[in-house]
Write a protein that binds this ligand. Sequence first.
Ligand code: ZN
Ligand code: ZN
Length: 420
Amino acid sequence: MNEQFRNPSDAASHAERLDRLAEVAVRVGLGLKPGQELVMTAPLDAVPLVRRITEHAYKAGASLVTTLFSDEEATLMRFRHGRDEGFDAASAWLYEGMAAAFKNGAARLAVVGENPSLLAKEDPEKVSRANRARSKAYMPALNMIAGFDVNWTIVSAATPAWAKAVFPGDPEDVAVSKLWHAIFSASRVDAPDPIAAWEKHNANLQARTRMLNEKNYAALHFQGPGTDLRVGLAEAHEWNGGSAKAKNGVVCNANIPTEEVFTTPHKDRVDGYVTSTKPLSYNGTLIEDIQVTFEGGRIVNAKARTGEAVLNKVLDTDEGSRRLGEVALVPFSSPISQSGLLFFNTLFDENASSHIALGQAYSKCIRGGGGMSEEELASHGANKSLIHIDWMIGSDKVDVDGITQDGTPEPLMRGGEWVA
Ligand code: ZN
Ligand code: ZN
């Protein structure tokens, strides 16, 4: 895929493609409605994209766009010089304010582009305390996002630190340009009419979710090297993929890019063993060759070739962190998988492969789940946790069967591709 980067017309079209990505974020990602407020978060390095998004948002009729920038240098200063007791603190007032904005109808856009190894050399104890405090403080806002109360989306920007992680052998400017290229391509803004390309892609994903919802499988069975895993599905589970309608009635695409169809597993009905097929980049630690065993939905044994201590710390976060909150199917031929790149970023890596997620389930993946209490969701089998961590278990060597309600296996994926 290298000659594309050498194409001299590339530089000239960068601004244009950045603008198209911004338009896709506003029109496809958010489906922003005239009069709607927008709350955006972004890293400082994403300013050029943020400005394009801001312009498209106002052109689409936004009443007010508010952007909160984050600075990774400031985060490092906290870890190097911050007082110890400060690591149990988080800006709860900020997240409460965000939740208040969502209650008043604001849409949410996150631009991501983190340095995947920012905190790799910091004290893991402090990192885990800071993450925990932030997760807790974020709850009022996160519940509304996870519950799909408002239209929201995530897009990414090629920041220098992230680009150097993906392309370590290249000088920074080349790495950034290569990563932008990969983002544009995966986000379908290389197509002559990106909006039309997204309509077609959404229609394909929706045909797939319709089929899976009609089948109403009791379980999925993954088989491959180091994997023999039966993932029971939640009662009244619903498959989602591509665009979906938020509770405020706005149709949006929560992830740009997206290739997955996904649903809620039953928290007590996962059995067998599974081996990860790609490394998991978690807060600066690369966790490779994860092997876990499930019994009655719970991970009873976990190993990893690298990052095992971090993995086990994550699994001990809370009662739900050893159970699954998501199962997703992605064909091996997905464009992100074909790029052969490891992005160290869930937004991309989870769309390269079928995956499972430890932790919190999405209530929108239960029929009527949006209106259910926590107890009702739990009685359907939906898991609850402070974490939601996706890791990849699919490859061209993994087969997937759907198990019907009467126990009959039906082939769904062979060699990593959809059978039908
Ligand atoms: Zn997923
Ligand atoms: Zn997920």
